[in-house]
Design a protein around this ligand. Structure first.
Ligand code: ZN
Length: 277
């Protein structure tokens, strides 16, 4: 490990903090989520822009004194660093380009109360929501899992729905989670979607993303925003959705969701997603 160069890097174009492990023939990128480092597949388009195939780094600002080395090394353990000629990009399978999304099984979802409907077509829009929950300062993965469970309980027990209403959730720490069962497999497969329960009139065509928090008077934290950008870009790529079709819940329903401050940022979200694709 001693010959590896560890650097914190901010890739300005995407506004996403990356952490790099650079070796003679390769480099591995990590995203920081609430204190944990998660590897980004090196075939991710963002990596394509950020890291030279030989492991040299372009277009990035370094801040290595602030790198929490021990945490980084723990995050690096078990990661298969691209080897050989150090090719970082190109022909990786689609699954390897996907951002980390925690499945219902991983966060301990209850089974759906009723059979869910798989629609035989891809989604053509993304709707952005806020949960209207507390703006927690617990950015941990454990908290993100609890948010997902609480949301599912609320939707099933208080709303009487079959399962979590939305397809996906983003925590304030930047963790991405599956909401409604089957949504992740459908997204990976690209040709179907699970019928949602997040916005009347849009549930058979729009992917719903709930953001933990309340954004009527404050903006989402940076980690959540950066994660949302990556997530929306992936969904747009998978389903062939134009970033122009990233909308707010209030665009299709009489609601204040996703809050004035998050709603005001949707043009920026569309721009950043477009730049990330
Ligand atoms: Zn909403």
């Amino acid at each position: 490990m001693q010959d590896r160069i560890l650097k914190r890097a901010v890739y300005a174009e995407a506004l996403i903090p990356f952490y790099l492990l650079v070796e003679p023939d390769s480099a591995t990128l990590f995203e920081l989520h609430g204190g944990d480092y998660e590897p980004i597949a090196t075939s991710d388009p963002l990596c394509t822009k950020a890291v030279h195939p030989r492991g040299r780094v372009r277009g990035m600002d370094f801040d290595s004194p602030h790198l929490p080395r021990r945490t980084f090394l723990r995050g690096a353990a078990g990661v298969a660093v691209a080897g050989g000629a150090g090719l970082l990009l190109a022909k990786a399978a689609e699954a390897q380009t996907a951002p980390r999304i925690y499945s219902c099984a991983e966060w301990g979802a209850r089974p759906p109360a009723d059979a869910l409907t798989t629609l035989d077509h891809p989604a053509n829009r993304i709707l952005i929501h806020h949960i209207a929950s507390a703006n927690s300062t617990d950015y941990s993965l454990a908290h993100a899992f609890q948010v997902a469970r609480d949301d599912q309980h609320d939707h099933m027990d208080n709303n009487g729905w079959s399962d979590t209403g939305q397809h996906f959730t983003v925590s304030r720490g930047g963790y991405r989670l599956e909401g409604r069962h089957g949504s992740l497999d459908a997204l990976r497969g690209r040709t179907t979607m699970i019928q949602g329960a997040h916005c009347p009139g849009q549930n058979t065509n729009a992917i719903g993303i709930e953001n933990e928090g309340t954004y009527t008077s404050v903006e989402p934290p940076e980690a959540q925003w950066a994660s949302l950008v990556v997530f929306c870009a992936y969904i747009c790529r998978q389903y062939g959705i134009s970033p122009d079709e990233i909308k707010g819940h209030r665009d299709f329903y009489n609601t204040e969701c996703p809050g004035d401050r998050l709603y005001a940022k949707l043009p920026q979200l569309r721009d950043e997603v477009r730049a990330s694709m």
